[in-house]
Design a binder for this molecule. Structure first.
Ligand code: URA
Length: 416
């Protein structure tokens, strides 16, 4: 077996065998297959696709490229969630304490943001003192004692995905259903949870541009997860508009706390609805109840303060100090006004995500430093009516906000 014949085979639109897939995953992870050959193969997969068997074998090979976390020391059904990435997506920060407050153990490994999509680990690190680099022992102990731990992925979890994802990012091969499905599900399987809720986003701020494509991806991920013996369900959510009112890191933590504390005036219903939907699906899997029954329980722990109290306990257990969190902590606060009057048809998630990266709230490369305080508040959202000159957004920045940035923010508001 050699890599050239595998590339030729995929180029000619033939299905690869389990052995061939294992061969190129192992070969690339260990450095025996160079980037240029792997790039050619990834592009052939991007163009000619993979069938369900191939996608399963690819996922399996990536799971076994590194450590598989053993969560058996934690009692109960462990439930995880995964979002395919979005702008203003702070759902993990809200749903994990809700589940823990409901008595479901949450052992969650999260990632950092890349490009316009934010990451939970970055958001948590914006809390002073918060430690997301827990050893496996600390991680398991925190779940046993507090019912919740959220940490960054350990170095050896799916190393194949780490390498392949970085290469896909710079070779135009991210938007491939088998490559996305295997990348996401391999990490979830290696993270050890029994049940997984997939929050699959579609729209201009997401990898999947249409709802139909998002559904195909979601169905494939469920089928792969189930072949590994996990319970997997999904929800589809619109990412044509940013989620909630805040985009950034610290500002998103504050908004998540507002949702948990039921301060609805400081957030937006779209975020609350998405959080209740994801949390209900997680509880439905863990407790074997209907989604409607689960939703009642989820609302209960928000309304009685248990979920908020659990968030504070979780942050404190990982060294974080929430007292120091303020929205307006930057050198510059700049208001953005509506160019014309009318009803807001949409707020372009891609443009707002790009602006957040320019402000330093997101990163373009894996090593870009972040400005945790930088961010954007959407004062107006889809469906709101505004007059010309009304404030529609506020930019918080430590870099000077240029005219170009202000115009980008203003142009993101499509007003009918
Ligand atoms: N998120 C991942 O982890 N992998 C992908 O390929 C896309 C989104």
């Amino acid at each position: 077996m050699n890599i050239l014949s595998i590339i030729e085979k995929k180029k000619n639109n033939q299905a690869l065998t389990q052995q061939e897939i294992q061969f190129f995953v192992n070969g690339y992870t260990t450095g025996q297959i160079p980037d240029y050959q792997m790039s050619a193969l990834l592009m052939a997969i991007r163009i000619n696709d993979m069938n369900d068997e191939e996608t399963f074998y690819l996922t399996e090979a990536m799971v076994h490229s590194g450590d598989v976390i053993d969560l058996s020391a934690i009692e109960g059904f462990k439930v995880d969630k995964h979002s395919t990435g979005g702008v203003g997506d702070k759902v993990t920060l809200v749903v994990t304490p809700i589940l823990a407050a409901l008595g479901v153990p949450v052992a969650k490994f999260s990632g950092r943001g890349l490009g316009i999509t934010g990451g939970t680990v970055d958001k948590l690190e914006s809390i002073k003192g918060m430690n997301v680099e827990l050893s496996q022992e600390e991680f398991i102990k925190n779940v046993q004692v507090h019912g919740i731990a959220v940490a960054g992925q350990t170095g050896n979890l799916c190393p194949a995905d780490k390498k392949i994802y970085a290469l896909r990012d710079v070779t135009g091969t991210v938007d491939s259903i088998p490559l996305i499905a295997s990348s996401i599900i391999s990490k979830k399987i290696a993270s050890g949870s029994d049940g997984i809720v997939l929050d699959v986003k579609y729209g201009n701020g997401a990898f999947m541009k249409t709802k139909e494509m998002a559904e195909v991806l979601a169905e494939k991920m469920c089928a792969i997860g189930e072949r590994f013996g996990r319970k997997v369900v999904y929800t589809l959510s619109d990412m044509n508009n940013p989620l909630g009112r805040f985009i950034g890191n610290k500002v998103e933590v504050i908004e998540a706390m507002d949702v948990l504390a039921n301060n609805t005036a400081n957030t937006h219903q779209d975020l609350i609805d998405d959080c209740v939907e994801v949390a209900s699906k997680m509880f439905m899997l863990a407790a074997n109840v209907s989604q409607e029954e689960a939703a009642v329980k989820v609302r209960e722990v928000i309304d009685n303060g248990d979920a908020y109290a659990k968030f504070l306990e979780f942050v404190e257990a990982q060294g974080g100090q929430v007292e120091d969190l303020h929205v307006n902590d930057t050198a510059y606060t700049v208001e953005v006004t509506a160019a014309t009057g009318g009803t807001i048809e949409s707020v372009n998630a891609l443009a707002i995500g790009e602006l957040s990266v320019l402000l330093g709230a997101g990163r373009l490369t894996k090593d870009s430093p972040l400005d945790f305080d930088a961010g954007i508040k959407l004062v107006a959202k889809q469906g709101d009516t505004v007059a010309a000159g009304d404030i529609v957004a506020v930019i918080y920045a430590n870099v000077e906000v240029t005219e170009e940035m202000k115009q980008k923010a203003q142009a993101a508001f499509h007003i009918a």
